[in-house]
Ligand binder design. Structure first.
Ligand code: 3H9
Length: 694
């Protein structure tokens, strides 16, 4: 028996070509080889048509991304697709699950496509920093036209079977058994000359003005990522070049993008997004079933968490201090769900069902019988301890108790409770029904089973969970504090905030640090600084500007002024002489000489500090792997995915260069920074942080 992942079975007048390469039938070398052989078998066999089907949960999900770092090995996918297309007998792709990337390109080489009603089809290569390199940018526009191809390829968003039928991408949507439906279709085209895609340039071509408008839209959405424009330019070639020349140009474009730093970073993000959900400590631990959750606190955070839990299909009891407060929490959840209905993501009926699964309550007794409780109350140790004490009494000794604290020590929160092994941190990000990150915080006694349950719950909520140990701010906010501190130093030295915000935005972050503080509100930071004031190291430079703003009641956008000022109801940051004055005064009192940093230096210094703190966090075991840090920053803080996260960014930049920048930062303010020994070690090794991902 052959051990090829591709087999051919003769079924009367049809050849059934089956790809079986778990888990997602990726087009590894053996699959390409098997398909190439299959074309020869079909040609030689006494059959009238071939049906291409896939075993398992999905049609071919694309090229094998793990092979991208290896030397390309023939047969290349473009050749295999060409062989299928040139076969003298019609090929019918029978699509179930997802036909993605090279998988859809293979299907485009087939002469007909039929799909299960639940199937999806897409060319998501753009998210890996590449373009479809096996004919996708040349064949798809010839079938669906310029606008639809630009939309599908530059956004990477797959289309449903029904939409694919409308676009002419599939010939038939099969409601019942897909293989049977595909076979029936295949028998109906036996003897028909296989229809091949037109070799001439695609037509009709959009006008120059239409191309320009499409390009501008793609460029705006790309936010610094290069692959969307690479995809766009390749699609445009389809309307200028004949198929063979277009395919050649596409291949060249693919190779250039594949070798780019951005593609490297995006591929890292793809695998890291999956690996982050599998930290070593939960290997082998069985998550518990969670059906009912008590959420304590119905404010912005609590109602966001409750919304997300309801959307994951759980029953939620929301506990507040009074019936009125509980009702206000319920109303916030309803507003969140209404907005999902408005966006077409939820039906009115669906909303009613979710609301029926929510029970507002004003006493802790209502938590009895819940499998897990999440507290999202005021960030104060005494308050949190009281809540946990009440939950401890109301709930079974096994029920999991999760704290959503963003800074406080979960060990202190857990102290004195029955069974502290069931206490875990689940740090959500605001707004919790939108933001994907959850830091799962392992307290001193948290059991692996409880951690595994928190990870499983996060997955059910479609969130990205990352494991963090206990420290002030956990992974994300601790790194944010260090980054803000260096931005504060530069701000005081430069006597300006705008160039810093601009430089950081140009790096690809959605917002600069000062803009972000205005959006999030300055109160929490202020409360934290006051909390930490008694233990503050006097050798560490302290910038007083934020305190001056808070003392003047400037807490950010919500109060109409913070670092910037805002016109009533508007979100556009406007520069404000008050802030300028506060900076000048602070700098003068601190005796700082005025300095200038160019945009490049601002970025490098900010990144060096972020990476240095990341290295420190790794060294202390707060994060187990660099990839955990990368995922925290991408999913919780808007770090550009195409830069791979800070630790990957360090590898791409060169860890030695990052170290040199960090040393320069540290030298400017002696006593204020510790250059991480791990950063030095990794820089010296020349192997990069990726090596530590295991
Ligand atoms: C391409 O096709 C280029 C061509 O245009 C040109 C070539 C010349 N390769 O996501 P899951 C692994 S680029 C290798 O958890 P799900 C994944 O890492 C490709 N491995 O399952 C995971 O491994 P592990 C364009 C892959 O059911 C396991 O499979 N295609 C690949 O939630 C299960 O994956 C894409 O970008 C791959 N292509 O989702 C599609 N795909 O168990 C990428 C997955 O060790 N894939 N793995 O963690 C997906 O979007 C999802 O995997 C899919 C299934 C929706 C298919």
């Amino acid at each position: 028996m052959s051990d090829s992942p591709v087999s051919v079975a003769i079924d009367g007048d049809l050849a059934i070509v089956t790809v079986d390469n778990p888990p997602v039938n990726a087009l590894a070398h053996a699959v390409r080889e098997g398909l190439s052989e299959a074309v020869k078998t079909v040609e030689a066999a006494d059959v009238g048509a071939a049906v291409l089907v896939c075993a398992g949960r999905t049609f071919i999900a694309g090229a094998d991304i793990r092979e991208f770092d290896m030397a390309p090995k023939a047969p290349h996918l473009t050749e295999v697709v060409g062989q299928i297309e040139m076969c003298s007998k019609p090929w019918i792709a029978a699509i179930h699950g997802t036909a993605l990337g090279g998988g859809l390109e293979t299907a485009l080489g087939c002469h007909y496509r039929v799909a299960a009603a639940t199937a999806k089809m897409g060319l998501p290569e753009v998210h890996l920093g590449i373009l479809p390199g096996a004919g996708g940018t040349q064949r798809l526009p010839r079938i669906v036209g310029a606008a639809a191809a630009v939309e599908m390829i530059t956004t990477g968003v797959p289309v449903s079977a029904a939409r694919a039928k409308e676009m002419g991408l599939v010939a038939k949507v099969v409601e019942g058994d897909l293989t049977e439906g595909a076979k029936e279709f295949a028998r109906s085209v036996i003897g028909v000359t296989p229809p091949r895609i037109d070799r001439a340039p695609a037509a009709p071509a959009p006008s120059d003005a239409e191309w320009a408008a499409m390009r501008a839209k793609v460029e705006k959405a790309a936010k610094g990522q290069i692959s969307p424009l690479g995809c766009f330019d390749s699609i445009r070639n389809a309307f200028r070049l004949d198929l063979d020349a277009g395919l050649e140009a596409e291949r060249e474009g693919f190779m250039v993008l594949k070798d780019s730093d951005q593609s490297k970073a995006l591929r890292h993000a793809f695998f890291a997004e999956r690996a982050v959900a599998k930290p070593k400590v939960i290997a082998g631990a069985k998550p518990r079933e969670i059906a009912r959750v008590a959420v304590v606190g119905g404010g912005l955070m609590g109602s966001g968490i409750a919304t997300s839990l309801l959307q994951a299909g759980l029953e939620v009891t929301m506990i507040e201090m009074s019936a009125d407060a509980a009702e206000a929490g319920r109303a916030r959840v309803e507003t969140n769900l209404d907005s999902a209905v408005k966006r077409g993501r939820l039906s009115a009926e669906g909303k009613a069902k979710l609301m029926a699964a929510l029970t507002p309550a004003a006493d802790y007794g209502a938590a009895a019988g819940a499998d897990l409780a999440v507290e999202a109350v005021f960030e104060d140790m005494e308050v949190k301890r009281k809540v946990f004490g009440a939950l401890d009494e109301a709930m079974g000794a096994e029920a999991i108790l999760a704290t959503n604290t963003s800074y406080l020590n979960p060990n202190e929160i857990a102290a004195g409770l029955r069974n502290p092994a069931r206490v875990v941190g689940m740090h959500f990000f605001s707004p919790a029904h939108v933001m994907r990150l959850v830091e799962v915080v392992q307290a001193a006694e948290t059991s692996p089973e409880v951690l595994a349950t928190a990870f499983a719950l996060a997955k059910k909520m479609r969130k990205v969970a990352a494991l963090s140990g206990v420290c002030d701010g956990f992974i994300g906010n601790r790194m944010l504090s260090a980054y803000r501190r260096v931005c504060d130093y530069m701000m005081e030295d430069m006597r300006a905030i705008e160039p810093i915000d601009q430089a950081i935005r140009d790096f690809g972050m959605p917002m600069g640090p000062f803009q972000l503080m205005d959006l999030a509100g300055l109160q929490i930071g202020w409360a934290n600084r006051k909390r930490l004031a008694p233990t503050r190291d006097p050798k560490v430079r302290y910038v007083t500007v934020a305190d001056r703003l808070c003392e003047a009641g400037r807490f950010g956008q919500k109060t109409g002024a913070g670092w910037y000022r805002y016109e009533k109801g508007a979100r556009t940051p406007l520069s404000d002489p008050f802030t300028q004055d506060a900076i000048e005064k602070a700098a003068e009192e601190a005796g700082r000489e005025k300095r200038d940093f160019d945009a490049e230096t601002i970025r490098r210094r900010a990144m060096a500090v972020l990476i240095n703190e990341g290295a420190q966090i790794l060294d202390e075991g707060i994060a187990a792997r660099p990839l955990d840090i990368d995922m925290v920053k991408i999913f919780g803080y808007g770090f550009p995915r195409w830069r791979g996260g800070p630790m990957m960014h360090a590898d791409i930049t060169g860890v030695d260069k990052v170290l040199a920048d960090m040393e320069a930062v540290a030298a400017d303010d002696p006593g204020s920074w510790t250059v991480s020994p791990l950063l030095r070690k990794v820089a010296k090794s020349g192997e990069g942080f990726a090596k530590l991902n295991g």
